[in-house]
Ligand binder design. Structure first.
Ligand SMILES: NC(=O)C1=CN([C@@H]2O[C@H](COP(=O)(O)OP(=O)(O)OC[C@H]3O[C@@H](n4cnc5c(N)ncnc54)[C@H](OP(=O)(O)O)[C@@H]3O)[C@@H](O)[C@H]2O)C=CC1
Ligand SMILES: CC(C)(CO)C(=O)C(=O)O
Length: 302
């Protein structure tokens, strides 16, 4: 089976490691310095789930050189999605499965709309992973969980078979993918936004205490928007996400957007608060705190 991963950062590096540990024909797509580093040193993983590993898959800058693929995982930031999809088009025919594993709410629809061929899978991931200066990948924490779905369950099942490996990555098809997508989106609109705004870990939200209140309010506002879109989220979702993020994860945890903000890299602001605020306006749902923090983050990152 010919497998490709494009976007070898935190998420793509971990997904690629899982594939390399179990399959022979894996091609990684990376650009410039990252491509050269991966070609020279291999894909180096430091992981609480997988341990210390080095894999030596094929690494290319131009996806077209790899030819038609069976499955392609797209693991770039949301703002790089169209560029990455453009580059992989020569690798796609009508049987190719494309799995965009990104945060946000619209990457599945964007990918379906953009690609003329191929079978697109809806996917999301819970993980903490990041690339280091030497382009190695560090995964921390005891969780790495992917949820997938597609109109034809056999296609989604094919991705589960590739990714689900006990102790390394949990991958399954949920009962209601819309609810799962919105649950993740609501989490990101609040947790990623507040940790990026204050450039902090969860511990940094405890003091001053107003920050915790703001985190809860952001969760509530995002839940109101989901409800206005008739997404059947649980009635206590804001409370349960709040408890999960503050009580059941290490206080040293933070979000991918906070890490990017702290490193002065582009952030997925439009993917989270930008999209939420626009959707709230369309649905006439007031989201004053989301709007305020959206503007503040925009000012901080421009
Ligand atoms: N990291 C995490 O813990 C989590 C991340 N997510 C989500 O997963 C998605 C990916 O995030 P993450 O892995 O952190 O992102 P990273 O910034 O770590 O990695 C993105 C990678 O994509 C590469 N890239 C960008 N454009 C292209 C392109 N056109 N072709 C090939 N490669 C490209 C970048 O390389 P280059 O150096 O060339 O730009 C970089 O290696 C995001 O939507 C994020 O929100 C979700 C849950 C947790
Ligand atoms: C929920 C969380 C914080 C971890 O998976 C995340 O999605 C991120 O860091 O972007």
């Amino acid at each position: 089976m010919k497998l490709m991963v494009t976007g070898i950062g935190g998420v793509g590096g971990y997904i690629a490691s899982v594939l390399c540990a179990n399959h022979k024909e894996v091609t990684l797509i990376a650009r410039k310095k990252r491509c050269h580093a991966l070609q020279e040193k291999g894909l180096v993983l430091h992981s609480e789930r997988m341990g210390e590993k080095i894999f030596h898959p094929t690494v290319l800058e131009n996806p077209a050189d790899a030819g038609i693929q069976d499955v392609i995982f797209v693991c770039v930031k949301n703002f790089s999605l169209l560029e990455a999809l453009t580059a992989i088009q020569p690798c796609i025919d009508s049987h190719t499965i494309i799995v965009p594993i990104l945060n946000g709410i619209d990457h599945y629809e964007t990918t379906c709309r953009f690609l003329k061929e191929g079978i697109v899978i809806n996917a999301l991931i819970y993980i903490t992973a990041a690339y280091n200066e030497d382009y190695s990948i560090t995964q921390t924490g005891d969780y790495a969980r992917v949820l997938v779905d597609a109109p034809n369950k056999e296609h989604a099942q094919c991705v589960v078979s590739l990714l689900n490996h006990a102790g390394i990555l949990d991958c399954s098809i949920p009962q209601n993918m819309d609810v799962e997508m919105w649950t993740k989106f609501i989490t990101n609109c609040a947790y990623n936004t507040i940790t990026a705004r204050y450039q902090c870990t969860t511990r940094g939200l405890l003091n001053p205490p107003e920050r915790l209140q703001e985190f809860h309010t952001l969760l509530e506002e995002a839940c109101f928007v989901a409800e206005a879109k008739n997404i059947p989220i649980p009635y206590d979702l804001a409370d349960s996400v709040f408890d999960r993020m503050t009580q059941h994860r290490t206080l040293d945890a933070t979000s991918s957007m906070a890490r990017d903000a702290m490193a002065h890299l582009p952030i997925e602001l439009e993917t989270f608060s930008g999209y939420l605020v626009r959707t709230a306006h369309e649905s006439e749902v007031p989201v004053p705190l989301s709007e305020r923090i959206y503007k503040e983050l925009k000012g901080m990152t421009e």
